[in-house]
Write a new protein. Structure first.
Length: 113
């Protein structure tokens, strides 16, 4: 996930700008709702694949956490701390911790915009 953001941070920035702009331009709110619904649907499917089941609100809570972490990363917060938070979230949801795996994302500093 971190590598995807680092490869194309402008896409994430555009989405956040669109979300904020929808507060001033209500005609964008439908697109924002659709964007969020697609992310929540993808997370819901992923949670089912790891055996988390259909816990009410789990996908929404997971998305909210990841959304905030992506925003922190784009704002220049320590990428190692963000990665650790994502790994913690994954393990908390029942995923297996990665052991003995070297980082592959080459993120040594904040994402540059």
């Amino acid at each position: 996930m971190l590598a995807l953001i680092a490869d194309n941070p402008d896409l994430q920035v555009f989405q956040y700008e669109m979300i904020l702009e929808s507060r001033r331009r209500p005609e964008l709110s439908g697109a924002v709702r659709q964007l969020y619904a697609s992310y929540v649907a993808a997370l819901s499917a992923g949670l089912r694949r790891i055996g988390f089941g259909n816990q009410g609100g789990a996908a929404e809570a997971t998305f909210a956490a990841l959304d905030g972490l992506v925003l922190q990363l784009l704002a220049g917060v320590d990428p190692i701390g963000v990665e650790n938070a994502i790994r913690y979230l994954w393990v908390t949801l029942g995923g297996q911790p990665a052991t003995g795996v070297e980082r592959q994302d080459n993120l040594s500093g904040p994402v540059r915009l």
